[in-house]
Design a binder for this molecule. Sequence first.
Ligand SMILES: Cc1cc2nc3c(=O)[nH]c(=O)nc-3n(C[C@H](O)[C@H](O)[C@H](O)COP(=O)(O)O)c2cc1C
Length: 163
Amino acid sequence: MAIERQLFRTLLRRWASGVAVVTTRAGDQVAGMTATSFCSVSLEPPLVLVCANEKALTLPVIEKAGGFSVNLLADDQHELSARFALSGNEALRFEGLVCRSGPTGSPWLPDTLAVLDCRTVARHDAGDHVILVGEVQVAEWDEARAPLLYYDAGYRRLTPPGA
Ligand SMILES: Cc1cc2nc3c(=O)[nH]c(=O)nc-3n(C[C@H](O)[C@H](O)[C@H](O)COP(=O)(O)O)c2cc1C
């Protein structure tokens, strides 16, 4: 018998993670959504994954584009996370953001901790989500920035143990 839904959700809140915004571009259509389901998969070849809800509006755009960028947010970017998680504001999500882009053309959000520009190499249905596996084409990071964290449904910053 599977674990009860609310128990499962409560348990998952105890898992701390970084926060990413997954962006994509298919022709003149741009899309992006906040995701904590980012994970490294393989070093050789360099693979990562993200899980997108099957109802996410960003998903069909990623599938059309054949690629996506994973923008890892810095610890002062919680408002960007909230913006890319809100539904109903899709047309406004990139407003005022000066983005660069890499080989896949997916927007790179400004001032992030890091970005990984990925070509989609596999797609797996998994319950109500789709697992997208990307091969990293190009990546950049900023040594000077610290990560935004997400834990127990709230944003956090790194604090070294004992500090
Ligand atoms: C901190 C945080 C993490 C999230 N992680 C994911 C995720 O990993 N996968 C997902 O499908 N949605 C995730 N969401 C929800 C989406 O960001 C949200 O549903 C968004 O509106 C989807 O946008 P779209 O429908 O325009 O693609 C997360 C939301 C927040 C606030």
